[in-house]
Design a binder for this molecule. Structure first.
Ligand code: FAD
Length: 408
């Protein structure tokens, strides 16, 4: 598997270098207008970049120390769906401010009774003249408190099988009737929210795609994944890695405890397996092959792995792991000072202790967000192993039958 990127002669590298010579300190708007925020998107929003060109551009921006604007849900999910199904007017209105990070987006999908079973959502949108009137409740809405706009799923026909009665809208977060209430998670951060929609009036042009065609667009939103070489961190690609934890333990003089040693080897081995799966995925994209089951397998393994790494880091921290600012380096230093080995503590693996402590708390979210581990394993069981569907099909049938609708 040869994953060496093309060098200075690659046209994308040449073009970007000369652009950077003219824009040595580009603004987010300049990056967006030049197509460098999402180069895999079609022109004029992106550069129609193939997987090799995407990776070359990522590499070149990294070398130049240029960071793309932050708008995770906008750039990652809302934008690709608008590119796929938005009208020309919607693309003109929304895409450039989205790419430049000038308008932050959020995703109004999950509800108190509809997470894994997203198609069971109850928020309703009723047509009234040139407007849709939306009422319902959303939950776990990341960045709703800083978002200008949200992608919203609402039920527009309650009398058909549940997947067929959902529409996809753009919802301004400052519209009358939208109330955002913070949820502070156990890391102490305020990232997600409850959102209440009380007779929110959306103009008809805020519908994306066809009326009742929202489920297929939701799948576009949820399935969007671009080629990426970065992100080996244990927390959804961010944060410390298993290898860094091993490094930390080695530099601190090692770990004598037999159980902790076993666990260190286990998380390191998991990290290596995941690294090789990632390389396979990138290699398949580079050679133009469609992604295989690796993506689902990788998510199912990576989410558990993130928890294993953070649990072990806390175990290595010992009593220091009880502190918000205590990490494995502190615990290893203590062990080295009081245990049988006479080794000094090493550095913190490049991470402050608090990153490990917070990572431990955040790691509980890994197996829930973006599709729970159980749901991922269902997908693998059905689509990769060819096992029968899970009970959800039965739930769909009874939902439809209860309403006298034809069974899907
Ligand atoms: C950090 C984070 C950020 C998030 N951001 C957003 C956001 O911005 N916008 C948004 O809309 N949502 C967001 N979510 C919500 C997320 O999509 C849901 O939490 C997720 O889909 C699970 O839904 P739920 O919480 O309702 O759990 P449920 O679906 O109620 O699941 C409860 C339990 O039942 C299990 N279960 C459910 N169905 C099955 C089945 N068929 N087979 C086996 N087991 C099953 C689940 O695995 C889980 O253990 C976020 C979540 C997290 C953790």
């Amino acid at each position: 598997m040869d994953l060496a990127l093309p060098g200075g002669e690659h046209p994308a590298r040449v073009a970007l270098r000369s652009w950077l010579a003219e824009h040595p300190d580009p603004t987010p708007r300049q990056l967006a207008e030049a197509g460098y925020v999402a180069p895999h998107w079609p022109r004029p929003w992106g550069l129609d970049a193939d997987p090799v060109a995407q990776l070359v551009i990522d590499d070149e921006l990294r070398r130049a120390g240029v960071r793309r604007p932050f708008n995770q849900i906008g750039i990652g999910w809302a934008g690709p769906t608008l590119v796929h199904a938005g009208t020309d007017a919607q693309k003109q209105r929304y895409l450039l401010p989205l790419l430049a990070g000038e308008e932050i987006w959020c995703q109004l999908f999950s509800e108190p009774g509809a997470g894994s079973d997203l198609a069971g959502l109850r928020t309703q949108a009723v047509r009234d003249g040139d407007e849709w009137v939306v009422s319902g409740q959303k939950v776990w809405t990341s960045y709703a408190h800083i978002a200008a706009l949200g992608i919203l799923l609402a039920r527009t026909d309650p009398d058909v099988p549940k997947h067929r009665g959902i529409s996809y809208f753009v919802c301004p977060m400052d519209a009358p009737g939208v109330t955002v209430r913070p949820i502070v998670d156990m890391t102490g951060d305020h990232a997600f929210n409850e959102v209440f929609l009380d007779e929110v009036r959306l103009p008809a042009e805020n519908l994306v795609g066809e009326v009742n065609g929202g489920w297929s667009l939701a799948k576009v939103t949820l399935g969007n994944e671009r080629v990426s070489l970065s992100g080996e961190g244990a927390l959804w690609g961010q944060g410390p890695t298993a290898a860094e934890l091993v490094d930390l333990a080695r530099r601190a003089g090692g770990v004598a405890d037999a159980v902790l040693r076993q666990q260190l080897v286990r998380v390191w081995a998991e990290g290596e397996v995941l690294r090789l799966i990632r390389l396979r995925t990138v290699s398949a994209a580079l050679s133009g092959r469609a992604p295989g089951p690796e993506a689902s397998v990788r998510k199912a393994l990576a989410d558990d792995h993130g928890q294993h790494v953070m649990e072990l880091a806390t175990g290595l921290a010992g009593m220091h792991g009880l502190l918000a600012e205590g990490g494995p380096a502190d615990g290893l230093a203590h062990r080295a000072a009081t245990g049988p080995r006479d080794a000094g503590a090493g550095p913190h693996g490049g991470w402050p202790s608090s990153a490990w402590a917070k990572g431990y708390l955040f790691s509980r979210a890994l197996t829930i967000g973006g599709g729970t581990s159980e749901v991922q394993r269902n997908i693998i069981a059905e689509r990769v192993l060819g096992l029968p569907h899970d009970v959800d099909v039965e739930a769909d049938r009874s939902w439809a039958q209860a309403r006298g609708a034809p069974v899907a």
